[in-house]
Every structure is written in C-alpha cells, then in structure tokens.
Design a protein around this ligand. Sequence first.
Ligand code: SAM
Ligand code: SF4
Length: 305
Amino acid sequence: MNPCGTCNSLTDNYGRTVKSLRMSITNRCNFDCIYCHNEGDHGSLSEMSVETISNIVDVASGMGVNRVKISGGEPLIRNDLEDIVASLPELKDVSLTTNASMLKGRAQSLKECGLDRVNVSLDSLDPDTYRSITNCNANAFERVLDGIHEAVDSGLNPVKLNMVLLKDINEVGMDSMLEFTRQYNGNVILQLIELMDFKDVAQYRVNADEVERKLLSEASNVTVRQMHHRKKYIINGAEVEFVRPVDNTEFCANCNRLRVTADGKLKPCLLSNDDLVDVSNASLDELPSLLKLAVSKRVPFHRTE
Ligand code: SAM
Ligand code: SF4
C-alpha cells in the first residue's frame, strides 16, 4: 500500500517521490543503434495522442511532477511534437532526448512552444564510427551536428550530449568529445552513459570504475546531482556527467522518475517491463488513482538487502 494513500503526492513504498516523467511518444526510429533498448519497446505500434499525453502530464503535475522528458524511439519523427510540447502545463523543466538528425529547422519552434532543453545522442565525432554505431544514412552525421548548433543558437540550454561508452568502438573518442563541448562555452554538457545490456551487447561494456577513476583524476571539481546521485565533473572547463544504471543501488535509491510507454502504459521501472499500468484510455478522473497504482508498484531494481 502506498504510504501516501490519502494524500495527493506520488511517493512509493521506498520513500521515493516521483517528480519526473519520461514519456516515450513513439517506438519508431530512423536509426538502428547497435545497443538500443527502445525504452522498453514491447512491439506496439500505437502512439498516444496529443490529448492523452497532455492529460497524463496535467494530472501528474497536480500530484507533484515538475519535470518531463520526451523520448522515443525518435520523437522528432512525429510531426506533432511541437503540439505535444505546447500542450503541456507550466513545469520546471521540459526536455527532449533525440538523435537530432531532424532537429535542424525545428529547434527554434520547439523552444517557442515551451521546450527548455535537449539531450542529443552523439556517440562519436568520427563519421565512420558514428555510422557504424547508429546504422544511419550517409548525410545524417552532418545533420546531427547542424541540429546541435541550432539547438544552442535557439537557447535550448544546456544541450547535453549523450555518449554511450562502447569498448573498442568509441571509448577513445572521449577526449575529443570533451574538446567539442568546450567550444560551446558552457552551453553544452557531455553525459557519458554506461551501456545497459538489453540486446546481447555485453562485449561492448567498458569498465565503469576505470572511467570514473579517469574522470576523477582529471577533474578540478566534482559534485553530486540529486537525480540518481550522478557525479558531475569539471575537466578543463568542460562539464561531464556519468550515468551508471548498471548494478547501481544508488541509481535506484535516488530514482524519482516514472516512465510512460509510447502506447500509453505507465512503467514503474526502467529496468523492468513488469507491472505496466495502462492509461491509454483513462479519463481525467481515473488518472490520479492509476498514477498512484503505478507508483505503488515501484520497487528498486538494484537493492542493498
Ligand atoms: N532516439 C533518441 C535518442 O537516441 O536520443 C531518444 C531515444 S533513445 C532510446 C534515449 C537514450 O537511450 C539515448 O541517449 C541512447 O543512447 C540511450 N540508450 C539506448 N540504449 C541504451 C543502452 N543499451 N544502454 C545505455 N543507453 C542506451
Ligand atoms: Fe534507439 Fe535513439 Fe538510436 Fe533510435 S536513435 S535506435 S531510439 S538510441
């Protein structure tokens, strides 16, 4: 039973209060990254309407959620992404995770519709390596770089570059990625991500402790973020975060995020596809209890006991 059964906040049985929604708005994508987990894609092709998305966020925001991250699949594949962003209530933070191949020409309008910032997946600055990871078409790499420039120019701040570390593939590119972020004078942050093995990609796993030691040895300053207790390093003026979801009890203990699948199911845990709660046809009256039900099903995937 939810310890907060009678009040209106979304606190789970482990004392974690949900403050953030990660909404997948499509499972479709124009890339085929070798490691992609597709946000728990379970084969459905149906996608939530603008109204369904805005209703879920509206109700959740009345229950304490103040951040929304829009993701996918590739969210820019939806032509109504601007409508989705514009339909959201006033929140502390609205962000988008994208491969940015279709961001050029839309960054400014997304900003005007209420988007605060973007995370762009950029696993390598070497076009051949980039293509071998993402299986994208020939012009995509240049378009991604253009999209990043335009996002910065449009004031989508900060732009975070998501780089999934892959052994023997892109590890060596970490320093040039740091150099790349420095060009943007603090408007671009590098976010290194530990590979999660959803697709038999264990051979590409890097030693995360070694990465952490390298960052620590080069950093002039280290702080800890509230979200998942991620560490933030400053290295010669470049800001770097390291996201470590694998076997990490701290990651789970400090998770305040609920996921929503593209077909409208609340997903209590990133690392598990159990306990989905269907809200695709829920009315505004039904949504509060369904949100509470999903939150009551949240169990830390990695625990100390
Ligand atoms: N298509 C968009 C993109 O690539 O940014 C949004 C969806 S993608 C699933 C969201 C993020 O998940 C990306 O930054 C991607 O690198 C990351 N991701 C996907 N599969 C992963 C895995 N197996 N391990 C770690 N991160 C992963
Ligand atoms: Fe997955 Fe994003 Fe790559 Fe598409 S671009 S395959 S959704 S990580």
